[in-house]
Structure formats: structure tokens, C-alpha cells
Design a protein around this ligand. Structure first.
Ligand code: SAH
Length: 241
């Protein structure tokens, strides 16, 4: 691999990654309006490059999603920050993530929350992410392999749920696993490859407030309460996550 598309020279050692990480936070995240100090501190700390295979590490701090195994992606840094801020975490929260992927966003959650359960449908991704999170010392982040559209009942109810893949609607199982007052952030759209980022706040047993946070493009949420099969994407459009 040669230099990344931004023109920033490939990093030579850990210190260079630290510089790129700081630039990522300032130019991609703060500059676009994310200000939650917990989110910014977490993103200044988590070594994003560690969640990529060695040959891909020079792309870790690009302003774009990065391909990982199984035709999946590690989400664009800004989108991770936007979703984390929208969860309104207080510190010490009980959080569920659907779509572990590389494990990067789970590590960011792990910096803020008290307990994180994260579910990934592709076993090889779940295994790789679990090993990396353990190696980096994220003992409060628990990776499970399975269909996350059903949530993760053993650790419910959750203060916050984040879904890192786009579905046709918010799965009922996830709504049921949210505390009263809890927040759920998920890309939702009738088109498998274009979504609106939606936040649901559970106000009561069957009462949810819905906020729309903008247009996004995520890989499809595949499962019992998601899409049944993948449809070909329009390759001219650009993904966020
Ligand atoms: N948060 C990840 C990005 C995830 S990309 C990161 O930081 O790297 C979305 C992931 O959702 C993919 O890995 C995909 O396999 C997974 N996924 C799709 N449908 C799922 C389902 N029903 N349950 C769990 N994971 C699912």
C-alpha cells in the first residue's frame, strides 16, 4: 500500500498514529459539531489502527469507512462520534451495540460506558474483535456471535442501544430491551443502502419519541427483524459505515 488518499504520509510509528488521531478528532469530529467531552476523550484514546489488519492501518484515520473482512466496514470516525453523542451517555451506562464489525466502536463505548454487550452475526469478525478488545484490556466489553436484531436479552434492559447496520425499521426486540428513558440510535430506511439516522427515546412502556439525525449509508442489518437478504448496492454512492 502507498500513501493514503488524503496525502498525509503513512505513519511510521505509534507516535504518528497519535498525531493522526488528534487531527481526526479536531478536523473530522469537532469541526463538524460533535462536542460531547466523553465522546471526544474516548475517540482521542482508542487506537483505531489496532482494529484493522496490518496492511490497512494507514487508512485508519481517513475521513471514510474502511473495508474489513466479510464485505463489512469499520464506520467513518465522524459517524461513530455522531452516533455516540446521540446516545447521550452519562458514564457508567449499560449499553448494547449491534454490529461489532472490527470492534472499534465497541472500544469507544467501552471507554465511556460501564458495561457493553456487542453482537455480531459473522463469527470470524466476532472472534477477531473479541481477541483485539481483550488484548487492549476492554474487560467490560463482551462480544457475542448471533443475530443482533433479537438484541441480547441476558444483559437487558439497556440505557442505550446503538445499531451499526441499516434496517427497514427498528426491531421490536430492541425497543423492548430499552429502559424507560433509554435511547436507541439506528440507521433506518426502506432502501437497503440508504438510511436516515434515527434516535428513539423510550418515554413509557409503549411510548417512543423519534428524532431524525440526518442521511447515512450503512451496510444492511441482516436477520429475523432486519433484511432477509442482501440486494446489490449502487456502487456510485459512498458509504459512511
Ligand atoms: N461498529 C463496527 C462497524 C460495523 S459494520 C466497527 O466499529 O467496526 C456493521 C456490522 O453489522 C457488520 O460487521 C455486519 O456483519 C453486522 N451485522 C449485520 N447484521 C447483523 C445482525 N443481524 N446482527 C449482528 N450483526 C449484524
Amino acid at each position: 500500500m502507498t500513501s493514503p488518499a488524503s496525502g498525509i504520509p503513512p505513519p511510521l510509528n505509534g507516535r504518528s498514529f497519535a498525531v493522526l488521531r488528534e487531527l481526526m478528532v479536531e478536523r473530522q469530529i469537532v469541526a463538524r459539531g460533535v462536542h460531547d467531552p466523553r465522546v471526544l476523550a474516548a475517540m482521542r484514546k482508542v487506537p483505531r489502527e489496532a482494529f484493522l489488519p496490518e496492511p490497512m492501518r494507514d487508512l485508519a484515520y481517513e475521513d471514510a469507512p474502511v473495508p474489513i473482512a466479510g464485505e463489512q466496514t469499520m464506520s467513518q470516525p465522524y459517524i461513530v462520534a455522531l452516533m455516540m453523542e446521540a446516545l447521550l451517555l452519562q458514564g457508567g451506562d449499560n449499553v448494547l451495540e449491534i454490529g461489532t464489525g472490527s470492534g472499534y466502536a465497541a472500544a469507544v463505548l467501552g471507554e465511556i460506558a460501564g458495561h457493553v454487550a456487542t453482537v455480531e452475526r459473522i463469527a470470524t469478525l466476532a472472534d477477531t474483535a473479541a481477541a483485539k478488545l481483550a488484548e487492549l484490556g476492554y474487560v467490560d466489553v463482551h462480544v457475542h456471535q448471533g443475530d443482533g436484531t433479537r438484541g441480547w436479552p441476558p444483559d437487558a434492559p439497556y440505557d442505550a442501544i446503538v445499531v451499526a447496520a441499516g434496517g427497514p425499521q427498528v426491531p421490536d426486540s430492541l425497543k423492548a430491551q430499552l429502559k424507560i428513558g433509554g435511547r436507541l440510535v439506528m440507521p433506518v430506511g426502506a432502501d437497503q443502502h440508504a438510511q436516515q439516522l434515527v434516535r428513539l427515546t423510550r418515554l413509557g412502556e409503549a411510548d417512543f419519541k423519534r428524532d431524525h439525525l440526518g442521511d447515512v449509508r450503512f451496510v444492511p442489518l441482516l436477520g429475523a427483524e432486519g433484511w432477509q437478504r442482501v440486494e446489490p448496492a449502487d456502487k456510485t454512492a459512498r458509504d459512511n459505515g
